[in-house]
Design a protein around this ligand. Sequence first.
Ligand SMILES: [Zn+2]
Length: 555
Amino acid sequence: MIRYDTLKKAVCLLLSMVFPALQSEEHEMKTHSFEQFLAEFVPQAARKSTQLNKASWILETTGSTDAADLKADLDTELRLLFNDPAVYHKLLAWEKDPTLADPLLRRQLNVLVRAFKQNQIPKALLEEIAQKEAALSMSYATFRPKIDGKPVSENDILDILKTEKSAVKRQQAWEASKEIGEVLAPQILALVELRNKSAASLGYPDYFQMQLDLQEVDAKWLLKTLDDLAQKSDIAYGKLVHEIEEAQSKDFGVSPTQLGPWAWSDPFSQADPLDTQELDRLVAGVDIAKASADFYSKMGIDVQPILARSDMYERPGKNQHAFCIHIDRTGDVRTLNNVKDSVKWLETVLHELGHAIYELGFDPHLPWLLREPPHMIPTEAMALYAGRQAYRYDALRTLVGSEKEKEPLRKKADASLKRRQLIFSRWVLVMTAFESELYRNPSQDLNALWWSLVEKYQKIRPPKGRHGKWDWATKYHIGLAPVYYFSYLLGEMFASAIEESLAAQGSASLSSEKAGRFLQEKLFSPGNRMSWSELIAHVTGKPLDGDAWIREFAR
Ligand SMILES: [Zn+2]
């Protein structure tokens, strides 16, 4: 569920390689104008980025170790292009130059300044971070907790939480899933310290603030907006938790007050525990790729060429998840999927194609540097909006057919979408609030903080006996994909706002040519010509807030 983005990944690569071609150019560059600089720089970046994307594609579709080596080398080479301090200072000087007024030039300058800035962190520090992240990644991959003395995998634990009826066995499995915290916490804390050091080297108070600033996200605005969403959806979520607890209490034969987090169907209570397999009957006998293509063709968009370049089905060695990648920023857009007969995969194919049509919709006259979304938020919004159709009562009629026996399932799917939105939003609230505090003050009682946030947002009672544990450290993203989760919730909020804008113009459904034209003109075409927040105002006529999402899911 990602857009594969090679330029903006976390700053974690070893920068020790020498790249002689660039060093000689540094001297010539000083007398150049910004336009001359772009004419020299961009073709190098474009070529390297295309090579890197091709290596990534081979790696993800085959698991080839040669491709992995090649990808790592190309990644380093591309990063080195954005590394030279002399170029960075020249960029800063151009930024102050009042004669450089053309908006497209200024925006390219802004993109470059932010890309170079994050590479100005001292090399030794970046190397240490990369090593520690690699070690942490190994710990995640190799640790196996034990149940009754027997080692179990993450999937074993998930299976128990999905199917086991005994509250005692569920608790045992949940506690096993938290054992890894003791191993990971000291490693993560060491990384937090280094990440904060890297932020300080660029003049930021902490790593959370740095990451947000480099992504043009105002930290105060973000926390306030999420807090506002939490308050406005509190009653709706409270009702849902009540409904969930009643079902769990019946299922496991314990009173609601005795239910622990282990009553949920995953270790973090981030997924809908009332979700059932029966929804998959909706897609029985449906060709998911064809149904998705038909859906998009009703928007006036032909996705067949994308599907023809895509890798759709399971195969040994292949990445088991899904993503969309734009290889060359000139139209070679592909998606990777592992389609099975489930609503989840209908959602995923629609989602990845949502990223794909966005990438194909950039104004072709935009300069290379601006042929990308300004942030993950708008492209996730399009993809999430498209993915939601797999659960919508009306859209399902188009997607899977209007047979009478599917009608009650379509209703259930619609209700499950609302539950999933509420549950996932709470999980993002916990993650974002925790990360902001983790980087602000890593020496506080983090487990107490974690459970206070879980109780506040997810309304789950903290179980006894967790004092002095490391439950916060067991979520993969805390250690290895930091300051990242919030984009999904902002994407959901923007998706709802887009839907309201379409409705205001008389397009009640996404699968119409009118909707397709609106999105193409307003959302896709500008590329990175403006910041993500300006783009949202450009599309919906107002700044982003959670109100449309609240009206849709939390009334
Ligand atoms: Zn996505």
